[in-house]
Write a protein that binds this ligand. Structure first.
Ligand code: FAD
Length: 307
């Protein structure tokens, strides 16, 4: 068995693995795909101390850093079940089972997509999911935000300070965002909010986004908005489907509940990064959380007898 087994291969997992291995304990990583969401990212400008990098380049450095240490790196394997006994057991889809004294869950999350024509084609070419990451790329331009929940209205307020104009499109006939956010958004002269609007298509010129089409759900009319960027803010889905039958406490959104040390409700099971209740989902935040969970796991190990 391992002392610390990390499930996931994103920045949270890499950071957790390095912190564990530096304690000289048996450390393993099991991941579907090393790199996580960072592999899908083009430009990264907010990884502090590195003014600009690109996803695949950062992933290569992460992998190199992990490989400096004695870490068992198992990739292309998907965790399917978590059970507890003397050890924490992680059953893989392949049929094998890994055992560890402590486990750190870092399976990340994925953005919910609109599933409309053009979305995939123009992903990273105007279609964006992270305002903190990509907002500055649209300085002085017109953008749309899809979704009128808290994240959508927060994104609109954030973007309105950078871009020329923001149009928010909400599917329902009311906004779900907190009143205080709605009030703030309504007070900004460069934000328009359109309700009962179902986005049906991302329009592009072959290279980049030029606008979107939506269906007015009251009149059934198809209308167009010309924008250079479309921020999709209709939810972040944590990768916890495989944990639904475990004893682990998840929120109603499926996020793993953790405390300030990254501990879950199961002794010896820790979690870090986008898969958890951490309020902000960013690379640097995930790395910090990975190191926190790893140090907490080490703390747990030195207080718990080896079975
Ligand atoms: P993830 O990166 O999601 O990694 C999860 C890992 O778990 C993956 O390796 C996956 O293969 C693995 N996994 C999932 N399920 C299983 C399973 N059942 N078994 C085994 N392995 C599993 N953040 C920034 O700070 N700056 C940016 O510029 C930025 N741009 C972004 C652009 C895009 C397009 C996207 C999608 C995200 C961006 N983010 C950015 C957010 C950032 O990528 C995430 O916050 C960060 O990657 C979260 O790290 P994580 O380790 O928690 O999870």
């Amino acid at each position: 068995p391992y002392d610390v087994l990390i499930v996931g291969g994103g920045p949270a997992a890499a950071s957790a693995a390095i912190y564990a291995a530096r304690k000289g304990i048996r450390t393993g990583i099991v991941a579907e795909r090393f790199g996580g969401q960072v592999l899908d990212t083009v430009g990264i400008e907010n990884f502090i101390s590195v003014p600009y990098t690109e996803g695949p380049k950062l992933v290569a450095s992460l992998e190199q850093h992990v490989k400096e240490y004695d870490v068992d790196l198992i990739t292309e394997q998907t965790a399917a079940k978590l059970t507890t006994g003397d050890y924490v057991q992680i059953a893989l889809e392949s049929g094998a089972t890994l055992e560890s004294r402590a486990v750190i869950l870092a399976t990340g999350a994925r953005w919910r997509e609109m599933n409309v024509p053009g979305e995939q084609e123009y992903r990273g070419k105007g279609v964006a999911y992270c305002p903190h990451c990509d907002g500055p790329l649209f300085k002085g331009k017109r953008v749309a935000v899809i979704g009128g929940g808290n994240s959508g209205i927060e994104a609109a307020i954030d973007l309105a300070g950078i871009v020329e104009h923001v149009t928010v499109l909400e599917f329902a006939d009311t906004l779900r965002a907190d009143e205080v956010l709605q009030r703030k958004a309504r007070s900004m002269r460069n934000i328009d909010i359109i309700k009962s609007a179902q986005t049906t298509e991302v329009r592009g010129d072959g290279n980049k986004v030029v606008g979107l089409t939506y269906r007015d759900r009251e009149t059934e009319e198809l209308k167009q908005v010309d924008v250079a960027g479309i921020f999709v803010q209709i939810g972040l889905v944590p990768n916890t489907e495989w944990l639904k039958d475990s004893e682990l406490n998840l929120t109603r959104f499926g996020e793993i509940e953790i405390d300030a040390r990254g501990a879950t409700n199961i002794p010896g099971v820790f979690a870090a990064g986008d898969v958890t209740t951490v309020p902000f989902k960013q690379i640097i935040v995930a790395m910090g959380a990975g190191s926190t969970a790893s140090l907490a796991a080490f703390d747990h190990l030195i207080r718990t007898p080896d079975p």
